[in-house]
Design a protein around this ligand. Sequence first.
Ligand SMILES: O=C(O)[C@@H](CO)OP(=O)(O)O
Length: 248
Amino acid sequence: MKKIVLIRHGQSLWNLENKFTGWTDVDLSDNGLEEARKAGKILAQNGYCFDLAYTSVLKRSIRTLWLVLHEMDLMWIPVFKCWKLNERHYGALQGLNKQETIEKYGEEQVHLWRRSVDVRPPALTPDDERYEADDPKYKSLKKGEFPLTENLSDTEKRVVSYWHEKIAPAILQGQKVIISAHGNTLRALIKYLDQIPGDGIASLNIPTGTPLVYELNDNLVPIRHYYLGIEGPIPQENIPRHIIHSPK
Ligand SMILES: O=C(O)[C@@H](CO)OP(=O)(O)O
């Protein structure tokens, strides 16, 4: 049996301000910093240890990982950063307030943009200042690879390709792995691992800064999964489809 830990970054400044974030590189809020430290403590208290870590190139997930590894005294382990683990690109919605967007376009449209698998938010244009293809952190992207907008399926393709290229081979070699990423990146990975069809993933919301353990069989098929450190009943919207129970 293999065990991996997924963690969505702690609360970011734009989570706090209720803004669409996507690839905008905002940092953690004070609460998010605290969530990340708490996650590291909980992992250490539960006897977790990692050989390798994976994260995006966005500072909210990198800093979350740093704080987790700091609390676990594991800052020395190799950390691999890749844009393929970035949050879903939110196109022209990036920077807009979610509530104001609902007031302008209606609840139903905004829900489709946020949670549908195949609807893409309005695209950025390459002359938009939010189009950051020239940022050095994206110099490894091939021409045309930098997204102007993405739906969850687009995100799933890049996340799953990285899973097969890098993460799965490491797990199969026996490495203990933590992945620090983003709400929609982790939803996409869970959709793939748990083979959740179509819009079955629409209602899943991953809580910030909360370790989610996946136990996998030798073929990397999920056996069960559970959160660490949630006190009281787990809200239904936080529970991936196959969840069985939380550890004692
Ligand atoms: O703004 C974003 O990038 C994401 C995650 O915070 O938001 P949502 O939950 O709407 O997908």
